[in-house]
Design a protein around this ligand. Structure first.
Ligand code: PLP
Length: 401
């Protein structure tokens, strides 16, 4: 078969920093992907939430196609005519003053770190080069050397030191530990409102409100990494909305690029992002015309509320179907909106083995941390297709029991 040969060819010429399922995708539409042999697969990963609006959403494709014919790149040395529309719309969606566009999620996190440090020195009055940023156990914020330095995942971290100092780790979900870690040199708390890569780990009710209160009380910036959790996935525009919490910095990425181009951003008020002056930060591709055209359309789609509502409604189905599996090949389930972490009973097999069995049945999903499967279907999936996909999971975990 075509697929096997293509897969082997791809593996032969790349660094093995990924362990993909042996499928070679050639086409996709909505929630379905087709491989080089014409086999169809239901996508239950959605590019780790980068494809919240599904594959080939007509509005996003139209925006990209028309922008391609107009203008694709200027660099920020010149202003282009898609920049103001995008930044204004995104700032409004976030209820903030200013947007700093970047490309990848990791770059947005790096940007938030730089802004927080500069704010700490210039606004809070922290002595030079002593700023501390508090991060969470089990975090995932990207793959740069600074970011992996404050990961506690040995695969992400080991062998890549020496690391950037200035980060303090506390247990995720523990407000007392957070409060105890705050010092006069603390400039920011960096937190995922739900830890996606960690296995869709949802903090205790009231945690985000508590983080907000502690940050306000101690003059510390609350930076919410909404790269995977935000932009409709959990049934609200931002995962912080579930606790009516507004962070000081929104860190966005993934779905902001509509599954077409990498688009990330830090969004904050003027008193925070205003610390950056010309020459102090930048990116050649950040905020390019194609990215802005796609990003603006993403904001327009989110403004309708349609996708948030779909995530909420489909999330009810997802939750009830998954909870019925607990005790039947599944030992635990966590869901919020159309997003789930499913802990597979080790007696059934590893998460990887379950994903391989799902693939054989036409369903693509991804394991994380050995025994957990993360489900993040495109928000455009139909209830029937989702239900069918969950039938396959039920069969796989039950059939092997
Ligand atoms: C994916 C992710 C990142 C990194 O984004 P990249 O675009 O892969 O650099 C950062 N934070 C969170 C929470 C993520 O899920």
């Amino acid at each position: 078969m075509h697929s096997r040969a293509e897969f082997e060819r791809a593996e032969a010429h790349t660094a093995h920093n990924y362990h993909p399922l042996p499928v070679v995708v050639a086409h996709a539409e909505g929630a379905w992907m087709t491989d080089v042999d014409g086999r169809r697969f239901l996508d239950l990963l959605a590019g780790y939430s980068a494809l919240n609006f599904g594959h080939g959403h007509p509005s996003l494709l139209a925006a990209a196609h028309s922008q391609l014919d107009q203008l694709t790149l200027t660099s920020r040395a010149f202003v282009h005519d898609r920049f103001a529309d995008f930044t204004a719309a995104l700032a409004e969606l976030c209820g903030k003053d200013l947007v700093l566009p970047m490309n990848t999620g990791a770059e947005a996190v790096e940007t938030a770190i730089k802004v927080a440090r500069k704010w700490g020195y210039e606004v809070k009055g922290v002595p030079a080069d002593t700023a501390e940023i508090i991060v969470m156990s089990g975090n995932f914020h990207g793959r740069t050397t600074t970011i992996v330095g404050f990961s506690d995942d040995p695969d992400a971290r080991d062998g890549f030191g020496p690391f950037t100092p200035g980060f303090v780790t506390v247990p995720y979900g523990d407000l007392a530990a957070l409060e105890a870690a705050i010092t006069p040199r603390t400039v920011a708390v960096l937190v995922e409102p739900i830890q996606g890569e960690g296995g869709v780990v949802i903090p205790p009710e009231g945690y985000l409100r508590g983080v907000r209160e502690l940050c306000t009380q101690h003059q510390v910036l609350f930076a919410a990494d909404e790269i995977q959790a935000g932009l409709g996935r959990t049934g609200t525009t931002f995962a912080c909305d579930h606790e009516d919490v507004v962070p000081d910095l929104y860190v966005l990425g993934k779905a902001l690029g509509g599954g077409i181009v990498p688009v990330s951003a830090v969004v904050a008020d003027r008193d925070v992002l205003g610390v950056l002056k010309p020459g102090q930060h930048g990116s050649t591709f950040g905020g390019n015309p194609l990215a802005c055209a796609v990003g603006l359309t993403v904001v327009e789609l989110l403004r309708t509320g349609e996708f948030q509502a779909r995530a909420t409604d489909l999330g009810v189905l997802l939750r009830s179907r998954l909870e019925a599996l607990v005790g039947h090949g599944v030992v635990g389930v966590r869901t919020r909106g159309l997003w789930a972490g499913v802990d597979i009973d080790p007696a059934i097999g590893t998460g990887r083995e379950v994903c391989e069995a799902l693939m054989a049945r036409g369903v693509l999903a991804k394991d994380t941390h050995g025994s957990t499967i993360r489900l993040a279907p495109p928000l455009v999936v139909s209830p029937e297709d989702l239900s069918w996909g969950l039938d396959q999971l039920a069969d796989v975990v039950g059939a092997s029991a």
